[in-house]
Design a protein around this ligand. Sequence first.
Ligand code: SF4
Length: 275
Amino acid sequence: MTRIRSSATRRRPAAAADSTPPDASAAATPPPPAARAAPRKRTAGKPLHGSAEAPRRARLMNAKQAGDFIRALADANPAPETELHFSSPYTLLVAVALSAQATDVSVNKATATLFLEADTPEAMVALGEEGLARHIRSIGLWKGKAKNVIAMSRLLIERHGGTVPADRAALEALPGVGRKTANVVLNVAFGEEAMAVDTHIFRLGNRTGLAPGKTPRAVEDALVKRCPPDLLRDAHHWLILHGRYVCKARMPECWRCVAIALCNYGDKVRVPPSR
Ligand code: SF4
């Protein structure tokens, strides 16, 4: 559901790299028109279509276009669900907290055994950091996450009687819980119209012109403003799934995109690359 992947940065334009003058007098000479127009070089291993850190931005969609874009994704998947496995607000909170910089598949694998031993804050505190670590060692940043989940479980018991609060401020006061995690819990566990912006939604908002923004919060605010009200509850799922499986970071698969006619990205990939 929510994962962050780092990607390589974009490469300096080839013309600038290749025309570095050997001395000051050469530097004063403007490059010939052909050199100025030289195309950007691309390198294997580098993102061709921007990344979460440096997404390419497209022209802003108009309001109708933005609504139609999300509606096209909704029509293609009327009942979207999170891909994380959970059985209660607490297990959802733990799963989301574990999912930073990890795939949902790896989190589900870890929680399949973890939740058999501990699926309440009380059982998690009893299991302890070392016991928890046995289940989550295969997940990135597991040491910090183990600390946070135990501390979070303790605070849930002390402040909230062992239940997960349906309140943003109370959620964000828990160790390891930021705005994105709180939004996922508020949306999925409590049915609120909260928009959790992860790396996929951040990229999608900028790349397509749907909701451009320099920060996840700016993209979140733009999406909440531009999403048709009747779709706001599930828009988070549609956008994440679209970014994860179709509008991928390294290369968007525009040839199979249901919203291609509405997207403003200027570098669409209309034909699958030959293998
Ligand atoms: S057309 Fe391409 S870039 Fe635009 S949303 Fe679809 S997959 Fe992404």
